[in-house]
Write a protein that binds this ligand. Structure first.
Ligand SMILES: [Mn+2]
Length: 322
């Protein structure tokens, strides 16, 4: 295959800590007319005024980009340099407007529609989890209803907060209502902690979602979880959304609504490295909150998960699987 047009600079060109802070020093290409030669676009979604508790995830994209400089190009687990198989850009941040979620959704919807039209797989950097609804709206315009693969301590299928329908705790109920996701081919993994009502998870199941609580997911080997996801989504277009609070606060303290009893970095990375090579049309990594981070460990874990998403797409391109 042809050498991908866009990728990080060669590692011997300069020390890793030098240069402008795009994700892994990828070329910053932010003209929608120049998407033809890209396979993957990293996209900052700096919006956090739908957070129900701690705000500050608007700086998540910047935090992830800063520490992503530490990443090396090749994946030791999969023995692949993903940038040999995928052309990857950093599209920069979308101009989202604090406090104005519907205007921000319009911006995201149009950008994501363009990514889909150009066959570019976006990897969004949140931002609080409300941003995913905007991403889904744009992609679903092109692909139709999507299957959601959702790693999170929370289901984010509550109906409202304080009577308000658009928050970071409600996007997947809205997405189901708008029929831009199909709950009956979607799966939520890692739910735990306190909830508002004992039957909160039952309500999500009644909507059609499959739920693996943290306790249930912990019983599964990574390959078993992979098979559970594959059998759930089949060949449908898939959006994978990953809330960094899937991890225990010991590993990811810098986040909006931490929940004790989460996964270690070893467990979470292993789950992601064994993900099935299904029909992904987009990914995001949300809820990194740098102001409450310690020694950049949350942002670093987020950057590492994003890198594994890039690897998944490279493995698909190399192996020709869909
Ligand atoms: Mn969450």
């Amino acid at each position: 295959m042809n050498k991908p047009k866009y990728g990080p600079p060669h590692h011997s060109a300069s020390p890793r800590y030098t240069g402008l802070r795009t994700y892994m020093k990828l070329p910053n290409v932010n003209d929608p007319h120049e998407l033809n030669d890209a396979d993957i676009a990293i996209v900052g979604l700096p919006f956090d005024t739908a957070a129900s508790y701690r705000s500050g995830a608007r700086f998540g994209p910047a935090g992830i980009r800063e520490i992503s400089m530490l990443l090396r190009p090749a994946n030791a687990f999969h023995k692949i340099n993903p940038f040999d198989y995928c052309s990857v850009i950093d599209f920069g941040d979308l101009p989202l407007i604090p406090g104005h979620i519907h205007d921000s959704y319009d911006v995201m919807k149009e950008a994501y529609r363009q990514f889909a039209k150009h066959n570019v797989v976006p990897i969004g950097l949140g931002g609080d989890h409300s941003v995913t609804l905007g991403e889904l709206r744009g992609l679903a315009e092109v692909y139709g209803p999507l299957s959601l693969v959702h790693f999170d301590a929370h289901g984010d299928t509550w109906d409202n907060y304080w009577g308000k329908k658009y928050t970071h705790g409600t996007p997947f109920r809205r997405a189901a209502e708008e029929q831009i996701i199909d709950p009956n081919s979607s799966i939520q993994i890692g739910l735990r902690g306190t909830v508002y009502s004992p039957d909160d998870m039952d309500a999500a199941k009644e909507m059609g979602f499959q739920i693996l609580t943290a306790e249930e997911a912990r019983e599964l080997a990574p390959k078993q979880l992979s098979e559970a996801i594959r059998s759930r989504v089949g060949n449908k277009p898939v959006f994978l959304t990953f809330d960094i609070d899937f991890f225990d606060p010991a590993y990811a303290p810098g986040t909006g609504t931490p929940e004790p009893g989460g996964f270690t970095s070893v467990e979470g990375l292993s789950f992601v490295r064994h993900l099935p090579l299904v029909n992904y049309v987009g990914f995001d990594l949300v809820e990194v909150l740098p102001a409450l981070d310690q020694s950049e460990i949350t942002a670093q874990l987020g950057a590492a998960i994003v890198y594994e998403f890039i690897t998944i797409m490279a493995l698909k391109n190399r192996d020709g699987k869909t």
